[in-house]
Ligand binder design. Structure first.
Ligand SMILES: [Zn+2]
Ligand SMILES: [Zn+2]
Length: 151
């Protein structure tokens, strides 16, 4: 859906939609109205939909709102929406999990045995350890250079 249903109005300000955004529960609000609801609550928690009380983890501005992005006021509001989505959207996690489980379901057990997955996991840890080691080595070297320069 590209915008709120016609003849509908924002249930927060009871007016016509101004830059409407759709929440993940499929309800529409003025983007500013729903951001204000969020501002009234704890900033690090997603706000609840005033209509159905479901947690809002995603706000999708209508295409018409996105087209007004060149307007400074609009782009500021849209940036807040992006921040909100980055804070609370679990979509990216879901995507990774979906891809992983698809691979797991689609591949026969003898193509990706669990042992290989374990080794990949171990490699991951080794790479992180290696990066940490590089950082420590670089730090150590700069300390040595400083001492040498100071004496
Ligand atoms: Zn409103
Ligand atoms: Zn709702």
């Amino acid at each position: 859906m590209d915008g709120p249903p016609e003849n509908d109005f924002c249930s927060i300000c009871h007016g016509n939609f101004h830059l409407p955004s759709q929440a993940n529960c499929s309800h529409w609000f003025c983007t500013n109205c729903i951001l204000q609801v969020w501002n009234h609550g704890p900033a690090l928690q997603p706000c609840k939909c005033p209509l159905c009380r479901r947690q809002i983890t995603l706000l999708i501005p209508s295409e018409a709102s996105s087209r007004l992005r060149h307007n400074a006021e609009v782009s500021e509001i849209l940036q807040k929406v992006e921040t909100y989505n980055r804070l609370f959207s679990e979509r990216s996690n879901d995507l990774v999990q979906a891809v992983l489980s698809t691979i797991y379901v689609l591949s026969p057990v003898d193509i990706i045995p669990e042992g290989v997955l374990g080794i990949i996991g171990l490699l991951d840890d080794l790479i992180i350890l290696f990066i940490c080691f590089l950082h420590v080595a670089a730090l150590y070297r700069s300390v040595l250079v400083n001492r040498h320069g100071g004496s």
